[in-house]
Ligand binder design. Structure first.
Ligand SMILES: Nc1nc2c(c(=O)[nH]1)N[C@H]1C(S)=C(S)[C@@H](COP(=O)(O)O)O[C@H]1N2
Ligand SMILES: [Mo]
Length: 515
């Protein structure tokens, strides 16, 4: 009895310090995974790894015992492991520094490993677990330091003060961590539910399929942007700190405002409509000259013009204000949604349901306009109105009311600053003028003459086009410049202008060294 008593007196503080540090580390990680990374919750990835590694008899036993509570059971087990592991790390750190911190780092490494081995995981998914370890290691060092200052052998008023400080710091650490974990869980719930719904959603077959991408639309040149941008590489721009978790069964699109007939559409109703595939290049107004805020995808969706035709807009309406689930808005000229172009409510992207970060379950895609005035993700309403009555998220912040995509071009290879061998060098890139089309691309070396590049076949006027130019490169430092011409014969604007208020202009150039 005595010995347990003194054991307890001796070890409760380091054990509590360790457990509190781990709670705080995991709490911080849950917050970051909910808000920033959207994934990689250490508890969930380690849980998923445990499920992968568990022998079948164990899985079956747990399911037999707990039924549908099997996941909750696993989370409770993990929580206990974390607390006990943290307590052990605290005691170890007190006795044999830095081994307690090493133990925590090893725990973090398990989380990192678990995160990276999930299907479709990227390096960012490892961030929460790595952060958990860093936070826990730092806090443990601090709390154990406080505990050392409160050694019972140095009993003195000072010792009592330090002990109180230690208890306060440990309690605050644990409380802050627990709060962060709970907030993170609450925030992530909607997103995770949407992710689960998306995972079990099968895209309907298109009624109108996009013609196959012509083989001549792609050059086989290393480093050149692929003609279709894979979803995982597609740029992402939005104001959403946390991706809105929209449940497909809750989704509605409301068409309101200056219309004869208001319309409400459910997800099931949208999917039952004849869906069409189309290939459209999306660009951001914030794309700098030479920037990568542009991508090209095969979209599956339903033309907005058919829905607007049903709603019958008033003749004096000139704008449609689309709104997302999280309140973001875009103001689109009504003619861009009613003319023959493929302005769609998209549900599919490159053969997959829209990724959550690209607007699952439904977004808009409008050829020819920058995303900020057209490409509303998580779209839930279309209000038919007038430009002189309503403004939208970015037009309220100084960006232009109208946002047609500007004719532009980019050099992908050789990459800027690269050394290349003298002789024939493949220069290649992309050029775009959505909804107008590109008719020519010219390349200039240093101050030499503009030479015509070879264009790959066009998919349509709504997509970017690859180009290439065989350069007879001579040793020295050189600058390569590119300039596109659109289908109306208009040349790319050479005057350098920043992205505000309606998109950058100027020619992309790269400096290379030929050896
Ligand atoms: N709901 C919502 N939709 C949005 C935005 C946003 O902030 N919120 N940003 C727009 C902008 S500025 C662009 S460029 C495109 C980018 O789409 P992507 O992230 O799928 O590439 O989405 C548009 N749709
Ligand atoms: Mo954008």
């Amino acid at each position: 009895m005595r010995s347990t008593d003194s054991w307890w007196r001796r070890w409760w503080r380091p054990a509590a310090a360790g457990a509190a540090s781990v709670v705080a580390g995991v709490g911080a990680a849950e917050l970051v995974s909910a808000f920033v990374v959207q994934n990689g919750s250490p508890v969930l990835v380690v849980g998923a790894l445990a499920i992968d590694l568990a022998p079948p008899w164990l899985k079956e036993g747990v399911i037999a015992l707990f039924g549908t509570g099997d996941k909750a059971f696993l989370i409770v087990v993990l929580a206990v492991v974390l607390l006990v592991g943290g307590a052990a790390a605290g005691m170890l750190e007190r006795r044999l520094p830095p081994w307690g911190r090493v133990l925590i780092a090893l725990g973090g490494a398990v989380g990192v490993l678990a995160a990276l081995t999930r299907s479709g995981a990227g390096i960012v998914d490892a961030v929460p677990s790595a952060l958990a370890a860093v936070v826990a290691v730092l806090l443990l060092g601090w709390l154990i330091g406080l505990d050392r200052g409160a050694e019972p052998t140095r009993v003195s008023p000072l010792g009592a003060v330090s002990r109180r400080r230690f208890v306060g710091a440990t309690a605050a650490t644990a409380a802050a961590g627990a709060l962060a974990a709970v907030v993170g869980q609450m925030v992530a719930t909607g997103y995770r539910a949407a992710a689960a719904a998306r995972a079990s959603f099968h895209l309907p077959a298109p009624t109108v399929t996009a013609p196959p991408v012509p083989p001549g639309a792609s050059f086989d040149i290393a480093g050149l942007s692929p003609i279709i941008t894979p979803n995982a590489d597609f740029y992402r721009i939005d104001t959403a700190l946390q991706i809105p978790g929209v449940q497909p069964q809750d989704w509605r699109l409301r068409i309101t405002g200056m219309v004869e007939q208001e319309i409400e559409l459910t997800f099931a109703e949208l999917l039952a409509l004849p869906l069409e595939e189309s290939v459209t290049t999306l660009t951001c107004v914030s794309n700098e000259v030479g920037g990568d805020l542009i991508g090209n995808a095969v979209w599956l969706g339903y033309p907005i013009r058919h829905l607007l035709a049903r709603a019958k807009p008033h003749a004096d309406a000139d704008m449609v204000l689309s709104r997302s689930q999280d309140g973001w808005t875009a103001s689109t000229p009504i003619e861009a949604l009613t003319d023959e172009r493929n302005a769609i409510l998209a549900v599919g992207m490159n053969g997959a349901p829209l990724p959550l970060e690209h607007g699952y379950p439904v977004r808009m895609v409008v050829p020819g306009l920058y995303g900020y005035v057209s490409a509303t993700k998580w779209v839930v309403s279309l209000e038919v109105t007038r430009f002189d009555r309503v403004t939208s998220y970015w037009t309220d912040r100084g960006w232009s009311e109208r946002g047609p995509v500007k004719l532009s071009s980019r050099i992908d290879v050789p990459a800027a600053g690269r050394q290349v061998r003298a002789g024939t060098v493949a220069v290649a890139g992309v050029a775009w003028s959505q909804h107008v089309g590109v008719s020519a691309v010219h390349v200039q070396i240093d101050d030499g003459p503009w030479r015509a590049a070879t264009l790959a076949d066009a998919i349509s006027a709504d997509t970017w086009r690859q180009w290439r130019y065989a350069w007879e490169a001579e040793p020295g430092a050189h600058t390569i410049r590119v300039r596109a011409t659109d289908a109306n014969g208009k040349q790319q604007v050479t005057k350098q202008q920043g992205v505000v208020p309606d998109g950058a202009t100027g020619l992309h150039s790269v400096a290379v060294t030929v050896v």
